[in-house]
Design a protein around this ligand. Structure first.
Ligand SMILES: [Zn+2]
Length: 232
């Protein structure tokens, strides 16, 4: 596995957890299944020597946000019991979300809370998605807004804890809570914010990954090329 990763220059190797996993579920059966499924994800990530496993913090429908955050943290701890993530070089990344309705993680504070609760329990850090950040209401369009948003991110999650940035433009307006990814430079975020983020020295340690739509074959390659051209 390591040989193949070297051959294809896959570094870091980032895996996204199945979207059906909801560690904040108030339904005992769904919660049990989610814990089992997430444990399976962790085991497979360890087996392929992945660096990061990205997880959405879940939906608290039927409960309240605070209880949901607590439960997600507890469920991550339960799912990873007796597995040595540190030894396997695996870190779980909590991703910020669009924050619609009952979904947890719509603010940097919520992401930070899950991380803080798991510090010392399991290797844990954050993945920040530009589309989610924008539709959740943060300003990542104006230059001043981007720096303010980065400052907020640093004061909560901490920029050194941001290990992966999902680079996606957005189809929906800032604050709309509508999670619809768009091609880089073609959406409501636009091209310039990505140039600023990609060249910010405080984020040099982070991996930038495009999760843009593939409407036509080759769109993924095009979006990555667009991002690469912005790096100076
Ligand atoms: Zn994402």
């Amino acid at each position: 596995m390591l040989r193949l990763r070297t051959q294809y220059d896959l570094k870091p190797l980032v895996i996204h957890t199945n979207y059906l996993v909801n560690l904040a579920s108030t339904n005992p059966l769904f919660l049990k299944k989610s814990v089992e499924a997430f444990r399976g994800e962790v085991e497979r990530a360890l087996a392929v020597c992945a660096d990061y496993l990205v997880l959405h913090p879940g939906s608290f429908r039927g409960s309240d946000r605070e209880a949901g955050l607590l439960q997600t943290a507890a469920a991550i701890a339960a799912s990873t019991q007796s597995l040595d993530l540190a030894r396997g070089g695996l870190t779980i990344l909590i991703e910020n979300t669009a924050g619609a309705e009952f979904s947890l993680g719509g603010s940097f504070e919520q992401v930070a809370e899950v991380i803080d609760r798991l510090r010392g329990v399991v290797p844990i850090a954050a993945c920040i998605d530009t589309c989610h950040t924008h539709v959740a209401g943060y300003d990542i369009v104006t230059e001043e807004g981007i720096y303010q948003t980065l400052q907020l991110l640093d004061a909560t999650v901490g920029l050194n804890n941001v290990k992966v940035i999902h680079c996606n433009d957005a189809k929906a307006a800032r604050g709309s809570k509508l999670d619809r990814h768009q091609h880089i430079g073609k959406g409501t975020i636009g091209l310039e914010p990505f140039r600023i983020l990609l060249n910010d020295l405080r984020l040099v340690h982070a991996a930038f990954i495009a999760e843009t739509p593939i409407d036509q074959p080759g769109d993924d390659r095009k979006n990555v090329d667009t991002l690469k051209k912005l790096v100076s």
